[in-house]
Design a protein around this ligand. Structure first.
Ligand code: ARG
Length: 451
């Protein structure tokens, strides 16, 4: 265990922190995950110090090769993280040994952690984008494989109107496309480098901040206010929000597959590899993957609310509370990534039961609106047509006579033809509507976009 004066900040202390405080305040157990970004940030900072005339090229060279050696050790799992050194920043600096003594010049852990975390969010956003794209591809593939399958579309979970199941699936692809946009915002084009903001007020030693920002790939240059730079965690919230919304979409998709795989619907069969059994009921085949995806969405929301709440009462600028931003951030990234991957796998192992889908979609009630549209085409105002068809539906319920038959009796053979399902679908031609031609074009569009 390090004594007080050996600690990085130990100069003014006569005794080290209590054991309980060390355990309570350490973050190395989770922020070691920032090591790549921390090392990248330190290499860029060392180069900046050369430009500022604070380090010689030789000194910087030693630091950089030291940092690269540490990276190799960490990568190989051979690096010993020391909780007495609090966090990833101090662990890496300490491992540099004497050559590292000048590295922390004109830098604070406050701008360091702000930098590391931005880089981490940027890297993870790329991971999310790739995983979302894979899931989208898997949804599009499922849509393409079932291009001619018709199902009832639902509102209020009551049968509403017929759609191609591909249209239903592509609705999720649209939503996931917006999720990609949200994660895309976190990429470097939108990020400014906080490095050089110091603890709160920069430094009397002037750093080439723009140069360092460029080295680190911050596309938007440098932050313009040192106090904001060290206290801003909006980018964490942006990521957590993007993750929460994506999780909500996955949860809704999961819910559809839970319903569809029930005996009551019977629209899909999820592959055995993506379902589980019951320890008691031998007949059971449960959609646990979907349920876990739905359930884990709660964590994604919780993580967002947790960080929002942690930040809301903080005075300018850095407060140690902010160390609490990391675990929710890491958890959301891990949780979402796992959900995206497992769902992509599950959809690749899911089959639609065409017979069951078509039987449900054959319900003529689904085309009651089409009958009203037909009456409109004969000159009846829509409100009257709606009422007239409503009366026919009531008669169907009373007499049991099928709607097409009643419609033909009352409004002629042409009214009966309205109930031809394929014709009804083909008639839905407006942009965004599920005519098979439109749906095929959308599948082609997405396949091209996702390539
Ligand atoms: N581990 C700290 C965090 O994650 C690093 C910054 C520490 N700064 C400080 N002034 N104690 O927030």
């Amino acid at each position: 265990m390090k004594n007080a004066s050996q600690r990085t900040w130990g100069g003014r202390f006569s005794a080290g922190p209590a054991e309980a405080v060390k355990q309570f305040s350490e973050s190395i157990s989770f922020d070691h995950r920032l090591w790549r970004q921390d090392i990248a940030g330190s290499i860029a900072h060392a180069q900046g110090l050369v430009k500022a005339g604070i380090l010689t090229k030789v000194e910087a060279g030693k630091i950089v090769s030291g940092l690269r050696a540490i990276a190799k050790q960490i990568e190989a799992g051979k690096f010993q993280w020391d909780p007495a050194l609090e966090d990833v920043h101090m662990n890496i600096e300490a491992a540099l040994g004497p050559v590292g003594k000048k590295l922390h010049t004109a830098r604070s852990r406050n701008d360091q952690v702000a930098t590391d975390l931005r880089l981490w969010v940027r890297d993870q956003s790329v991971e999310m984008l790739l995983a979302i794209r894979l899931l989208m591809q898997s949804v599009v593939n499922l849509a393409e494989a079932n291009q001619d399958v018709v199902v009832p579309g639902y509102t209020h979970l009551q049968r509403a109107q017929p759609v191609l199941v591909a249209h239903h699936l592509l609705a999720y692809v649209e939503a996931l496309g917006r999720d990609m946009d949200r994660f895309g915002l976190a990429l470097s084009e939108g990020m400014e480098s906080p490095l050089g903001s110091g603890a709160i007020a920069g430094s009397t030693l002037t750093l080439p901040r723009e140069f360092v920002a460029q080295e680190l790939g911050f596309g938007a240059g440098v932050t313009q206010n040192s106090m904001d730079a060290v206290s801003d965690r909006d980018f964490v919230l942006d990521f957590l929000y993007a993750a929460a919304v994506t999780g909500m979409h996955l949860s809704r998709l999961a819910e559809d597959f839970i319903l569809w795989s029930s005996t009551e619907f019977g629209f899909v069969r999820i592959g055995d590899a993506y379902t589980t059994g019951s320890s008691l009921m031998p007949q059971k085949k449960n959609p646990d993957v979907c349920e876990l995806v739905r359930g884990k969405t709660g964590r994604l929301y919780g993580n967002l609310v947790s960080v929002l709440t942690m930040l809301k009462g903080l005075p300018m600028t850095y407060n140690r509370d902010m160390q609490e931003d990391k675990e929710p951030l890491f958890d959301s990234a891990d949780t979402l990534l796992a959900s995206l991957q497992v769902l992509a796998g599950m959809l690749g192992d899911t089959k639609f039961n065409k017979v069951r889908c078509e039987a449900a979609a054959a319900d003529p009630m689904l085309l009651a609106t089409d009958l009203a549209d037909f009456l409109v085409s004969q000159g009846m105002p829509f409100r009257e047509a709606h009422h007239a068809v409503g009366a026919l539906v009531a008669e169907v319920e009373k007499t049991g006579t099928p709607l097409p038959k009643l419609a033909a009796q009352k409004y002629g053979a042409a009214a009966g033809k309205v109930f031809d399902l394929r014709r009804a679908l083909a008639a839905r031609q407006a942009t965004g509507a599920p005519a098979p031609r439109n749906v095929a074009a959308q599948i082609a569009r997405w396949k091209k976009l996702l390539r």
